[in-house]
Design a protein. Sequence first.
Length: 478
Amino acid sequence: MTGKALAKPSSGSSCPRLLIAGTHSGAGKTTFTVGLMAELRRRGLTVQGFKVGPDYIDPTFHRAVTGRSARNLDTWMVPEEALSESFFRGCAGADVAVIEGVMGLYDGKDPRNDRGSAAQVARLLQVPVILVVDVHSMARSAAAVVLGFQRLDPRVRIVGVVANRVGSPGHAEIIRTAVEGACGIPVLGALPRRLDLAAPERHLGLIPALERGELSGWFDELAQMVRESVNVDRVVELARSAPALGASDPVLFARPPRPPRVNLAVAWDAAFHFYYAENLELLEYRGARLLFFSPLAGEEVPEEADGLYIGGGFPEEFAQELSSHRQVLEDLRRRHAGGLPIYAECGGLMYLSRGIETAEGHRYPMAGLVPAWVRMQRTLAALGYREVVAERDTVLLKAGEKARGHEFHYSHLVEIEEPYPWAYRVSARRGWGRDGYAEGRLLAAYTHLHFGSHPDMVDRWLDLCARHRAERAGVWEG
């Protein structure tokens, strides 16, 4: 399946690369990034997509366009050295790397520095930056905007500008004259105002539409717009101007790999498909043989599985269908009762709850392993970085251990049965909260953990899977 093939490690990278940044969220960087990827792919290039930050919507776009597993580059969730390692691994076999920024170029976790920003990634990886500027209702002021971005941190190499939402050829020429005259860098293109080509709403129906191939026509139209409005040959030249990078010592994959020792079932379909690439790679590297299956298609957990991983996604979009596969839900309950180690996050938590209540009030029973219902709402329930501290021993973390991740969901738990064994204390912008359910060999939580933030949890989980494997074989002497 597209997106599952994992890149091999690389000792360094001379891969041509670009970072597409915006002046702010909504400036048009996703539209341009996807269109550029599609056009480069049309020209026969192997394109590797990256996304700055923890977001998984844009990487799904990238995977659909490039045919390669996209990766997140996040300096808050993992150390800087691990970010470089991830970049090198992702670039293996690619002709060009296209990195999409997050929010505005300098926006990160702290307004006093660039931690977690696209600018920090550009510095660390020495990536030429193309700045997308929304020039609607602007003329010479566009030059002032670009000049400010250049001067805030001269270490960030802004090599060109793409003007977005240009009103006419005359407007494009005004922008070009102003920016090139004041800033000394080229305006590489001028994207017209095309409301029909704006990125689809980043919410529930988007990913299923991608999985069904319904947005392929949009990709083609974006590629045509970029081809007609942007000097793509010059863009490729700028990507090739990036200096060669030498790899730092490995961090996440520093220890010798372990041979396959357990079978780990991984849910993967239109309802469950969000996994950080490094999470899957680390599991394989430390001895897991990954068995992909589709709950949405009515597939049960493979019988030979020694553990189960259910990632994020949008199960609420398929609640009726998931609920109708009663034999799958019963099999989950059977495997859980038999001691199968299970880790579920966000969409996986929802699937393992007693059921999902839609925003319209319809209720659909689910596996019932987590003693609570999930209620959908029309507005975001949670969004942002999270640091978790385990409140008790879990399949991943021992009590008191910490890991980092991200939370993004439109639902919350209701009708929680007490006493409820919360898994984590969670730090968020407004203080500490609680998340997750941890009981026996089951861990389910809203927070998407990046295993690179605490790699030891990979071995902890797989050791538990190996113990379950031995128990089933009748050889465990623990």
